[in-house]
Ligand binder design. Structure first.
Ligand code: NAD
Length: 499
């Protein structure tokens, strides 16, 4: 009998009002049932939001350094449980154990980084133009935050949202992706065990259209933070637009690595391998395009190809595996569809291009690491997010052309350039339209103390991580204290005084 997991509402683990459950299966072995999770609906969301709203009345008054202690404790608990939580994560979403350990580590880093904000949350003090008057600004909590997350970073992304939201004095309702509900349970359990007061953290499992949309539309949810596809992000934006609800969006990417003719090619190949095939290409920052200078194109391709073909596919719990499965059957179908499109568009398939099979691979959603060359910028495989182990090589003849090709997409999340020329590197940093640019590093590898997010259709201008995330979870309040004992008129009295 499969283990049943629950929603977490008002400090209690509860079944959904629907009485229904959905299955969570291991993508490396579809016969392995990880557990059953509540298939919730709007009624569960209402209950969770009501609990969060009630709890926020007291939570906002807890001094921020005290709120931070909850994060520190949760961070320590995640550290103690890191290995077990990483194994659970690999089992439910497939990426190899080293990467799920990194995912849990990112949540730990975020706990400590955001915890530090409990003693900062800086505002400004500044001079004011009238005598005997004082000016300052402070950050205020917003209220209940609705957090909607994808499956590819099942603990890191909930932590990026929850920890800063909480330290700022908000309460949260988390709606995790249906493919990774266990990691969300493990994450919330750490906060429960760290002593989160009832209602401060709530978890509701279920589908996007039932639970996610109900959260977005709920009038008592004052801020939504969403990470996921651009298509869903646009729907959420139009819904939030109607009620002018605060919204942070982290959406898709079509990230590229430029390889210039003076690049260290060994390094560039290592970067391309890690960037394109880490997490089986299912990262929002995955390298999806390799923009390579024509003078090194043949050599680079010749070096890259055997390395791609040698990547070992397998269950991520096996330490021998380098690339795990895709997250589910539908994802594999969609990736394969893009490969067909690439072939039909006239790109040259160099390797991969089909599901991987044989032995234990037959039990999971594995796909062979795939490389296309002779790709032009107008092809769909050069423009649309594939979110799988597929990379497209494009030829360029100059830095200007490389940057132009890189920018020729609706997205703008991560980017990279390999060159030994400092002038070229700085020009690329200046001209690339993306939220993140790496020099001599792959497109993946963000750290929590720098802003994370992108331009164009990758988002709506907000950034996660760093102190910049505080802008999502706080309202500014400007405060003027007049201790002159008389009515003073800004712009008027000062003007008169000067005149
Ligand atoms: P998705 O958009 O299908 O789902 C994301 C979340 O939204 C899930 O929890 C889902 O249940 C929920 N959802 C679906 N429809 C909804 C609706 N109508 N209203 C409210 N919620 C709804 O995305 P996914 O397949 O889980 O994740 C992959 C996508 O996420 C990719 O496009 C990837 O680039 C993007 N992503 C972006 C970042 C980033 O920071 N920029 C990070 C990771 C993933």
């Amino acid at each position: 009998m499969a283990e049943k997991f629950h929603n977490f509402i008002a400090g209690r683990w509860v079944e959904s009002k629907t009485g229904q459950w959905f299955e969570n299966r291991n993508p490396a072995d579809k016969n392995d049932l990880v557990g059953l999770f509540p298939k919730s609906d709007a009624r569960d969301v209402h209950e969770a939001v009501a609990a969060a709203k009630e709890a926020q009345k007291a939570w906002r008054l807890v001094p921020a350094p005290k709120r931070a202690e909850l994060l520190y404790k949760a961070g320590r608990i995640l550290e103690e449980r890191k290995e077990a939580l990483s194994r659970d994560m690999t089992r439910e979403m497939g990426k190899v154990l080293n990467e799920t350990r990194g995912d849990v580590q990112e949540a730990i880093d975020t706990a400590y980084y955001a915890g530090g904000e409990g003693r900062r949350l800086f505002g400004d003090t500044c001079p004011v133009e009238l005598p005997n008057k004082f000016g300052m600004s402070v950050r205020c909590p917003i209220g209940v935050a609705g957090l909607i997350t994808p499956w590819n970073f099942p603990m890191a992304i909930p932590s990026w949202k929850s920890f800063p939201a909480l330290v700022c004095g908000n309460t949260v309702v988390l709606k995790p992706a249906g493919d990774t509900p266990l990691s969300a349970v493990n994450f919330v359990k750490a906060l429960e065990d760290a002593g989160a007061p009832p209602g401060v953290v709530n978890l509701v499992h279920g589908g996007g259209t039932e639970v996610g949309a109900a959260l977005v539309e709920h009038p008592d949810v004052r801020v939504i933070s969403f990470t996921g596809s651009t298509a869903v992000g646009k729907q959420i934006a139009s819904s939030c637009g109607k009620s002018l609800k605060r919204l942070s969006l982290e959406l898709g990417g079509k990230n590229a690595q430029i390889v210039m003719d003076d690049a260290d090619l060994d390094l560039a190949v290592e970067g391309a391998l890690w960037g394109a095939f880490g997490t089986t290409g299912q990262r929002c920052t995955a390298t999806s395009r390799l923009i390579v200078h024509e003078r090194v194109l043949a050599k680079f391709t010749e070096m890259l190809l055997p390395r791609v073909q040698a990547l070992r596919l397998g269950n991520g719990l096996d330490s021998n595996s380098q690339v795990g499965p895709l997250v589910n059957e539908q994802r594999r179908r969609e990736v394969h569809q893009y490969v067909r499109i690439g072939v039909e568009e006239g790109a040259t398939l160099l390797c991969g291009g089909e599901p991987a099979s044989g032995g234990s691979l037959d039990h999971g959603w594995f796909y062979k690491p795939t490389v296309f060359t002779n790709v032009t910028r107008s092809m769909r495989i050069a423009r649309e997010e594939i979110f799988g182990p597929v990379v497209a090589i494009l030829r360029i003849g100059s830095l200007e052309e490389a940057v132009d090709v890189l920018n020729d997409t609706n997205y703008g999340l991560s980017s990279s350039i390999y060159t030994r020329d400092v002038n070229a590197a700085f020009r690329a940093i200046r001209d690339i339209e993306a939220g993140i640019t790496y020099v001599n590093g792959p497109t993946i590898g963000a750290e929590v103390q720098l802003p994370f997010g992108g331009v164009k259709e990758t988002g709506n201008g907000h950034r996660e991580a760093s102190h910049t995330v505080l802008d999502t979870y706080t309202e500014w309040k400007s405060i003027y204290v007049d201790y002159s004992g008389r009515l003073q008129k800004a712009q008027i009295d000062t003007h008169d005084a000067r005149g």
